[in-house]
Design a protein around this ligand. Structure first.
Ligand code: NAD
Length: 250
């Protein structure tokens, strides 16, 4: 069975940085055409030029992946330039650190809007392409904090926990359609988000069972498997790429 994604079109949200960029480069290496959706035009353009310099095909689209009209416009542009979408990586997210008692309603709403409502809207916009093709891969990037909890991040953990629930519900609902829906809850991965967090990343990485922070390539490898034909019997599952930070129950 081939691992090639030749002929497939992948949308990766938040692919202008970190994990999304890593997944975009890896899926492009596997021959998918990539639509890089990101709020940040410079980051998106940089990802596209990296992919092109590596021999892949990609387009950059500036979009707020939590805004319904922007999502529709991004989907239309993607279909017009690359064709119908068969792989979706819901990766865009924000991760503020705020004490529970200091989180104002607006901050809570913003986190839920981007981390949960966004993936729900993007999936709703794109799933029709996958239903028509009787083939699809939806990969949701959550967080190991849904497995362990994380202080100062009650809104973030709640949003990612919601995405966990959405993943399972959709995996059941879409089970017989040829579309799989899975999630990756990353551990601590060396990205601008992690480096901006109020923790000493390197010191923390050294305490992990594997003794280091994760790399975006660690997540990208899992993403590539979940996107592949070989993963067709794998749905509703959690692929915990976390250096042993959390070992789930059997
Ligand atoms: P990052 O900050 O490096 O990249 C996130 C990207 O998402 C940025 O390019 C940003 O512009 C984009 N983005 C944010 N809001 C957006 C929106 N509304 N619309 C479009 N694009 C938007 O972060 P990262 O570390 O690569 O994180 C990627 C995902 O992985 C996030 O969902 C994050 O919660 C999750 N995650 C990261 C870690 C980690 O250790 N880095 C751990 C667990 C989970």
């Amino acid at each position: 069975m081939t691992r090639s994604l030749e002929g497939k079109v992948a949308v990766i949200t938040g692919a202008g940085s970190g994990i999304g960029r890593g997944c975009a480069r890896r899926l492009a290496e596997d021959k998918a055409a990539i639509a890089v959706w990101d709020l940040n035009p410079d980051g998106a353009a940089e990802t596209v030029s990296l992919i092109e310099s590596e021999g892949g095909k990609a387009i950059a689209i500036t979009a707020d992946c939590a805004d319904k009209a922007a999502i529709k416009a991004a989907a239309d542009e993607t279909r017009a330039k690359l064709g119908p979408v068969s792989i979706l990586v819901n990766n865009a997210g924000i991760a503020p650190f705020t004490a529970f008692t200091d989180i104002e309603d607006d901050e809570f709403d913003k986190v839920i809007r981007i981390n949960l409502r966004g993936p729900w809207l993007v999936t709703k916009e794109l799933v029709g392409d996958m239903l028509a093709a009787k083939w699809g891969r939806i990969i949701n990037i959550t967080s190991s904090s849904t497995q362990t909890g994380s202080p100062m991040q009650s809104h973030y953990v709640a949003s990612k926990g919601g995405l966990f629930g959405l993943t399972k519900a959709l995996a059941l609902e879409l089970g017989k359609t040829g579309i799989t829906v899975n999630l990756i809850p990353p551990g601590s991965i060396d990205t601008p988000m992690l480096r901006g967090a109020p923790i000493d990343g390197d010191a923390y990485g050294a305490t992990l069972p594997v003794g280091r922070l994760g790399k975006v390539e660690d997540i990208a490898a899992a993403c590539a498997f979940l996107a592949s034909e070989e993963a067709s019997y794998f749905t509703g599952q959690t692929m915990s790429v976390n250096g042993g930070r959390y070992m789930g129950s059997a």
